[in-house]
Design a binder for this molecule. Structure first.
Ligand code: ATP
Ligand code: MG
Length: 578
């Protein structure tokens, strides 16, 4: 029953939304640039799980390849062994596949090119365009200058090619300690673009690499690695986020100096920012490591695995990425846009069911104690092909506590003493009296039913309210996890900046009520065999997905549901409540 559509070709009759990158590609195609081929890549660093921002990049890169009959590579940008891990590589592959895309051939790794990158570095040294520098990191910072002040040349800048070749070889042989030497490009210490002030190409890291083991103790820097890897793979359009705009001159500089097989075009687009959450791998990692959430797939996180566990479908995430479009303007996308997309998807695909999240016992005194009446209801109001489900009507049922008020506000449409309400898919009942505990709390309702109201309106009166219910006996216990915004402010990173320089201030804005666990819920029998990942609409409550913590096979049948999203914009609902 999963809603995992896997190919965007199912929607091939729908014309893709155009944007400036498509215009560039269309133009290139017209001019037969790159022989009319399109090759893109998605280049994650395996230092965390992918998030919704990455989904935007994935949908863009893989989506373009599909639409232009091109190819898209999955390439791990693995130049920081100390932060990277196999676990991340596996999760990234899973997430890309789950989103419905396939990469060309085997996944690629920047580390596959370490030998070539090394060769090109020797080439740069021989051209007199790279040198080994032994300034300490502090000195290097001082020499670099600032936005308003030109940098100074390193005293090692004018070493001979032979000296540099020798030093670089000794760096590679492990003769120097970490930080003692770096290889730098020789560009321009006075450039207004700080990225061009003799950037580092190689640094020493005496650490094992997840792909290359202990083969290397020098590792190439991102800016150098990325453009060369793109060129080796014959990427035609190298799409990245706007913060790399200032790096583009460096991207082009390296490729201009080197005899690489191709010179891809870097194009920048705006990254996705979503409100009330964060899309920074480093900060997500902090939330996970410091146990503010329960792992990378915590349903509150905007990670792909979190969204998936929460009940988001891959189709809804692809639809979201289509809707937000691709531009050059940084902005903030409203979480309700993402929620809209999943609601729209599940509205059509999720079977309906009743689950009472916060039960209140109701005894219908007009029904005999041993009576069990079989009722049924459609699984979907608009899709008969989904069939029907059976419900059992009994003397004792439960309704949600929020559907009864002893002292109701005006125009209250749910149950109150002396009033009638329709039980969804069942009879009209009337509350006659209540039972209270010692604290004066209502713990049970005493009702009667109108036996002539099954599938028809009551005689001579109108009953406006409809509430959901389940039989106390013929229902299964469930745990329901209700999620709210992870942060209580729209832009936690911005809010944190106002405080101090301290990077972890964003934690101050975590919403303490982002998870509410309801342990006494009762679900109708049709939910009993729900498998992890199955989605349902709980009538009147929202869309819910069976969590992977569920154990429907065991005798105790511990069922856990995640609220994916409410039926309407939950934010608007909360504002009304207050
Ligand atoms: P983060 O800042 O979360 O660590 P990153 O850019 O360092 O992200 P990478 O693994 O390098 O993470 O990202 C892989 C690709 O995904 C890059 O091309 C990057 O530009 C893109 N990407 C990352 N975050 C976003 C985002 N929020 N919106 C769009 N694309 C993104
Ligand atoms: Mg990055």
């Amino acid at each position: 029953m999963s809603n995992n559509k896997t190919s965007s070709s199912e929607n091939s009759d729908i014309k893709p939304v155009s944007h400036f990158i498509r215009h560039i590609i269309d133009n290139d195609m017209k001019q037969n640039k790159n022989n009319g081929k399109l090759v893109t890549r998605f280049p994650p660093e395996p230092n965390g799980y992918l998030h919704i921002g990455h989904a935007k990049s994935i949908c863009l890169n893989f989506g373009l390849a599909l639409d232009y009959q091109g190819i898209c590579n999955l390439r791990f940008d693995d130049t920081n062994p100390e932060k990277e891990d196999k676990e991340y590589i596996d999760s990234i592959k899973d997430d890309v596949k789950w989103l419905g895309f396939s990469w060309s051939e085997e996944p690629k790794y920047a580390s596959d090119y370490f030998a070539q990158l090394y060769g090109y570095a020797i080439e740069l040294i021989k051209q007199g365009k790279a040198y080994v520098c032994s300034l300490t990191p502090e000195q290097a910072r001082e020499y670099r200058g600032s936005l308003t002040q030109a940098g100074k040349n390193s005293p090692h800048r004018d070493q001979t090619v032979e000296q540099n070749l020798d030093l670089f070889e000794r760096m590679k042989q492990g003769e120097f300690g970490e930080g003692e030497r770096v290889l730098r490009a020789k560009i321009d210490m006075a450039s207004p673009n700080i990225n061009l002030r003799d950037p580092i190409i190689y640094r020493i890291r005496k650490i094992e690499h997840h792909q290359t083991g202990n083969e290397w103790c020098i590792y190439p820097m991102y800016d150098y690695t990325h453009c060369v890897s793109d060129a080796i793979e014959g990427i035609t359009h190298s799409l990245c986020t706007l913060e790399f705009e200032d790096h583009r001159p460096l991207y082009d500089w390296f490729l201009d100096q080197l005899q690489t097989p191709s010179h891809p075009q870097q194009i920048e687009f705006a990254r996705l920012n979503l409100n009330y959450t964060i899309t920074s791998k480093r900060k997500l990692k902090q939330l996970v490591d410091d146990k503010h959430v329960n792992g990378w797939d915590d349903p509150r996180l905007p990670t792909i695995s979190g969204l998936r566990r929460r009940g988001y479908t891959s189709a809804s995430i692809r639809e979201f990425c289509d809707r937000i479009g691709v531009t050059k303007v940084d902005g903030m996308v409203d979480m309700s846009t993402l929620e809209f997309c999943i609601r729209e998807d599940l509205e059509h695909t999720a079977p309906r069911a009743m689950c009472v999240i916060n039960p209140l016992r109701v005894v219908i005194e007009s029904i005999a104690e041993d009576l069990v009446e079989d009722l049924s209801a459609p699984r979907h109001p608009k899709d008969e092909s989904m069939g029907r489900r059976s419900l059992k009507m009994t003397r004792v049922i439960v309704i949600d506590q929020s559907d009864f008020e002893e002292a109701p506000p005006p125009k209250y449409r749910r149950l109150t003493i002396g009033s009638e309400v329709r039980l969804r898919n069942s009879y009209v009942i009337k509350c006659e009296s209540v039972v209270k505990n010692e604290q004066g709390e209502v713990i049970e309702l005493r009702c009667i039913h109108d036996a002539d109201t099954l599938g028809k309106k009551p005689e001579g009166r109108k009953v406006k309210g409809v509430i959901h219910w389940v039989s106390e006996q013929y229902s299964v216990p469930a745990e329901v996890r209700l999620y709210d915004r992870l942060f209580s402010v729209e832009n936690p990173e911005e809010a944190a900046k106002k405080h101090e320089e301290d990077e972890s201030h964003f934690l101050d804005f975590l919403n303490p009520d982002s998870l509410t666990t309801m342990v006494n819920a009762r679900a109708e029998m049709s939910l009993a065999d729900g498998q992890s990942g199955d989605s349902f609409q709980f009538e009147r409550e929202g869309y819910f997905t069976v969590d992977s913590d569920s154990d429907s096979d065991s005798d105790s049948g511990h069922l856990v549901f995640n609220r994916t999203v409410g039926l309407r914009d939950s934010w608007a609902k909360i504002e009304k409540k207050n």
